[in-house]
Design a protein around this ligand. Structure first.
Ligand SMILES: NC(=O)c1ccc[n+]([C@@H]2O[C@H](COP(=O)([O-])OP(=O)(O)OC[C@H]3O[C@@H](n4cnc5c(N)ncnc54)[C@H](O)[C@@H]3O)[C@@H](O)[C@H]2O)c1
Length: 216
């Protein structure tokens, strides 16, 4: 992937949404789109879309809009869609298994390729095509499969310990579903996912602003 400019986190979170919708447009034979039409479809305001695109120098032409194929190629490169990204999942319990079943089918280039669990009855089995390994295999498998992203779905009491093991195994990014805000060294990124927060935010917006779209 080529070097990309530094962009705000909120913009980065919108990129996969742009990419998915542009893929849809391209598959449907649409050649160009205006920021207003995009805005209508994906529910981000047009000014936000224009600003996001401008970070990458992707400037639409007045009266023409954006070339769908050019944008799609551009975002594919930004999002590194051409290389397969193997992801590890630690903690193959209720949530972990749901994620393994889901396995990011909307994305053509990301997949959970290995799961790990301390429970010996789970290790050595395969779920939804994903092999579950013992924790003792963590470092070896992460190295062999060139995995540097992990999903954390273990109980919060062990989250920091597992994070340390992941860092030791060379992880660069953790998608953390546990309620613990884990500590990592510089150079390792953590993205926290908390459905309770999301739901509370939704309730807050409905209570305070009616049914407006909040975006990201
Ligand atoms: N972010 C969210 O919205 C959200 C939603 C649901 C659950 N969670 C969190 O996700 C985590 C998992 O929840 P769950 O319901 O799947 O729990 P679970 O008990 O069903 O699964 C946890 C799994 O982790 C394994 N495990 C325990 N200790 C381990 C260790 N030291 N090393 C490796 N594996 C270990 C267990 O054997 C089990 O398979 C919890 O921290 C929970 O709070 C978050």
């Amino acid at each position: 992937m080529t070097q990309q400019p530094k962009i705000p986190r909120a913009t980065a979170k919108r990129l996969p949404i742009y990419y998915r919708y542009l893929t849809f447009l391209h598959d449907a034979g649409t050649n160009r789109i205006s920021s207003a039409e995009l805005s209508d479809a994906i529910k981000f305001d047009a000014a936000t879309i224009r600003r996001d695109f401008s970070y990458f120098g992707a400037l639409g032409k007045r009266g023409y809009g954006y070339d769908v194929k050019a944008l799609l190629d551009f975002f594919a490169n930004v999002l590194d869609q051409d290389s397969l990204i193997n992801v590890a999942l630690i903690g193959a319990g209720n949530l972990g298994q749901a994620l393994m079943n889901f396995n990011f089918h909307q994305s053509s280039n990301m997949r959970i390729s290995a799961a790990f669990d301390v429970d010996e009855s789970r290790a050595g089995t395969i779920l939804a095509g994903v092999p579950i390994y013992a924790m003792t295999d963590l470092k070896e498998q992460m190295t062999a499969q060139r995995i540097n992203i992990a999903i954390l779905t273990v109980p919060q009491e062990v989250a920091q310990d597992i994070t340390n093991q992941l860092v030791d195994a060379g992880v660069k990014g953790i998608l953390n579903f546990t309620p613990l805000r884990v500590t990592v060294p510089t150079g390792v990124r953590v993205q926290n996912v908390d459905l309770t927060n999301e739901l509370q935010t939704l309730v807050y917006f409905i209570d305070n602003y009616g049914s407006i779209t909040t975006g990201l």
